[in-house]
Each structure stands twice: as C-alpha cells, then as structure tokens.
Design a protein around this ligand. Sequence first.
Ligand code: SF4
Ligand code: SF4
Length: 321
Amino acid sequence: MVVPVPPPPLLASHVAVRAAASAISHGRRVLLNGDHPPQVAALGRGDWVKLICGASFEDAADVRNLSLVYTLAGVDCIDCAADASVVGAVNEGIEVAASIVPTVQRPWLMISVNDDCRDLHFRKAEFDPDDCPLDCSKPCEKVCPADAISLKHSMVDGERTLSDPLRGKYEGGVITERCYGCGRCLPVCPYDRIRAVSYVRDPTMTAELLKRDDVDAIEIHTTGKGTDMFNTLWDNLSGSINNVKLVSLPDIGESTVDLMNTIYTIMEPHFKGYNLWQLDGRPMSGDIGRGATRETVSFAAHVASMSERPPVGWWHQLIHC
Ligand code: SF4
Ligand code: SF4
C-alpha cells in the first residue's frame, strides 16, 4: 500500500510572512476601484498578476504549496490544470493562506483547457525504461527542470548489478503528474526513445469543474489554426462558464485580430462575465531559450498598434520570466 507523504509543515508561525502578506493585502485593498472585484481593479490598473502552475502539471502537493505562497504574495489569479485533484490542491493552499492572514485577497482560480491537441501546453513525455540501454548516462533525467524523470538501475536475481553496469535494467521513467510538457528531454535522448503524447482536456469533466463555486475562471488555449475546434469546445462549455474566460492566443501575425473577431463572434451569444485576451508570443518558451519576453511584448505592441482594434475585453500579456 502506498502511504501518501504529508506536505511539509506550513509557515503559519512565521510572523514575518504574516506581516508581509498583510501589508500586501492592505496595499491592494486601498487601490480598489468602486464595486469591482479586486482582480478587475488590477486589470484596469495594468498590474494583474497570475501564477501559472502549468496546464499539465498535476503534482497536488507542489500545487498546493505554490498556491499557499503566491496567495500570501498577493497574486490575482492562480492558473492550474483542469483536474479535480489539482483544483482541490489550489483551494487548499488558498484556504491555508487565509488562515494565516485572514485579510488576504482570494485569487481567482483559473483552469486551463485546450481546443486542439497541437497546443504544446497539453502534452506529456513518455518512454519505456525497458528500452533504455544501461550504458546511457540518462541525460533526460538531468535536463528535466521538474524532476519528472526518475530512473533506477534495478536488481536482477536478488543481487545488485551495479558492479556490472551492463547487467540488469532501468526502472522508473516519467512521473506523469510532474511532467508539464516542456520538451527539454526530447532532443537529448541519444537513442530517440522519448515521445511526446498530446491530449485534449475532456470538455465534460471541464464543464463539471466550472459548475463548482470554487472555480472562478477558464483559460482556453487556441492555436489559431482554424476556429472549428474552438467552436466545438465553446458549444460544450459555454453553458457552464459564468464568470471569467481568458482566451490565450499565439502570435499569428496580421491575422491575429481577424482570429479574435471570429472567436468573439462565437462566444458572444453566450457571453457572461469578463473576457480577457492573453497574448502568448512564443508559447511554452518561458523557460526555454532567450527572448521570449521580448517577443511577447512586441506581439502586444504590434496588436495594439493595428488600426482595426480587437473586440472588447481586457488584454493581458503573458510575460515569461
Ligand atoms: S517534457 Fe519537460 S517536464 Fe516533461 S519529462 Fe521532459 S523535461 Fe521533464
Ligand atoms: S536519455 Fe533516452 S535512453 Fe537514456 S535513459 Fe533517458 S530515455 Fe532512456
């Protein structure tokens, strides 16, 4: 039987943490505008901040601890995988933060889904450790930033084989819930054993999550390669979306505003709550390669300078850092 390891002790006794979080929440409250939720006021001011746990990252203990710390830090939104256990972990982190600092702002809880499996956020690495030669130095394990690959040289016939490194086999592989699909491991495998498995979040499960009163918002990733799939997804979800929807777009050049117009036309008949556009620049590149932030800012500047303005909604640039 696998006994779950309890998360590490909380920082509840840390007076400095409480004082800092209280100061942040007080500072934000005095900046509120009218009757809008604080997150909307932050959007209006242009200092709305979102924690991205990862559309595919599903390690509940880490998600819960990140949510706790970033709630205390005053983020406006926590974006996580559209998975019931991950949503539960985010809410647990927020609740613990509120128990430490009762005045802390409750961030929006946003779940991320896709309309097309070609979106890089929705993939997992996969390989069979039985296919790994024992003389491989395991570069995949070293390069993974999420500690999502674990390989051990196993015993054979009850004896350790480490004295003969070419006997035995590797066991383990990708820890699926920790893999967020960054793709780093794919090119480093000298034997080409790793593949990326893409998926689309189940819209029925997503609709169920959206009906919960502790899920505030949805982020819909679209690749911009046609809107038929967005249309189908919206048909499945629109009846369940009551509050915030954020549409995440990559840079598709001069067609960007046309795409936004088409998507807006699809959403408009069932439009409720707030709408945000997220300009992604170079998707899934925040921690890979240089220049992602510059590309995002230049994408936003380009869209803002277009003579034909995109339809209503707040704009949010995803600044990768
Ligand atoms: S895709 Fe990225 S997160 Fe997933 S196992 Fe490979 S290196 Fe790790
Ligand atoms: S780099 Fe490739 S062959 Fe080597 S351990 Fe990793 S998956 Fe296996």
